[in-house]
Design a protein around this ligand. Structure first.
Ligand SMILES: *Cc1c(COP(=O)(O)O)cnc(C)c1O
Length: 229
């Protein structure tokens, strides 16, 4: 489905459709933010058409965007969340599918298996991450530091940067394609000690750990400014 096209999404739902699965903000796509109200519309359509709404919040979830889930921005609660990556503190491989019992209860013990599912260390780290998020401190930090990051990135628009998309501590930066590719930009930033990942073409995705401080945001912005010079 074209991201953000609610008419196309509704038209694609048939009697055989089980669920609509989406990233509330597309990560690999280049930190693509949906238009206002879209998630809300998806929730309304999926509820009315009796299909599940599945939010893949593996990249967008767990505090990164300034709220616990990216869906929270529109007060949308999907039927299922898909979580991973940050759930293991970015270190331990653990992922999860989270839903109410009336949805996940269709699985009975033994009907679904995974070799490393229920790994004790992974489960312990996952629980620690959930506990860390329960105070709201990291969501608040992502909002506050994210606004600093966004302000700094916006100043680069027109100076080697074509466009910037930010939500919390997460940014997609479209580098002027005449200057360099996203891949080149990532390598040049790496030389300056900043790890980012390019997505498509000339876009780099910035997703720093939520434990950074103002100083690290400055380092990041200085490095980006330097490579665009
Ligand atoms: C990494 C990623 C996945 C895959 O997660 P696994 O834990 O490797 O299965 C799925 N969706 C998004 C958005 C991701 O970033």
């Amino acid at each position: 489905m074209p991201f953000g096209d609610i008419a196309a999404l509704e038209a694609a739902i048939t009697d055989d459709t089980v669920a609509v699965m989406l990233e509330p903000i597309q990560g690999e796509g280049g930190v693509i933010l949906p238009s206002d109200g879209w998630l809300h519309d998806v929730r309304e359509v999926t509820r009315r058409r009796h299909v599940l709404m599945v939010a893949d919040e593996i990249q967008s979830g767990l505090g990164r965007t300034g709220t616990t889930f990216a869906c929270d921005v529109e007060d949308v609660v999907p039927d299922l969340y898909v979580l991973g990556k940050a759930l293991g503190g970015g270190i331990v491989p653990v992922s999860a599918v989270v839903a109410d019992r009336d949805v996940l209860g269709v699985f009975t013990p033994g009907s679904h298996g995974s070799t490393f599912g229920g790994n004790p260390l992974g489960a312990a780290v996952g629980q620690a991450v959930v506990a860390l998020l329960s105070t709201g401190e990291f969501q608040e930090r992502a909002r506050w530091l994210g606004s600093l990051l966004e302000r700094g990135l916006r100043e680069l628009v027109g100076h080697g940067v074509d466009a910037v998309r930010c939500r919390g501590l997460w940014a997609g930066v479209d580098i002027d394609p005449q200057l360099m590719t996203g891949h080149e930009a990532s390598h040049r930033l790496l030389e300056r000690g900043v790890l980012v990942k390019e997505t498509h073409g000339s876009t780099v995705r910035i997703a720093p750990p939520l434990v950074i401080g103002e100083r690290e945001v400055e380092i990041l912005l200085d490095a980006l400014t330097a490579i665009l010079d």
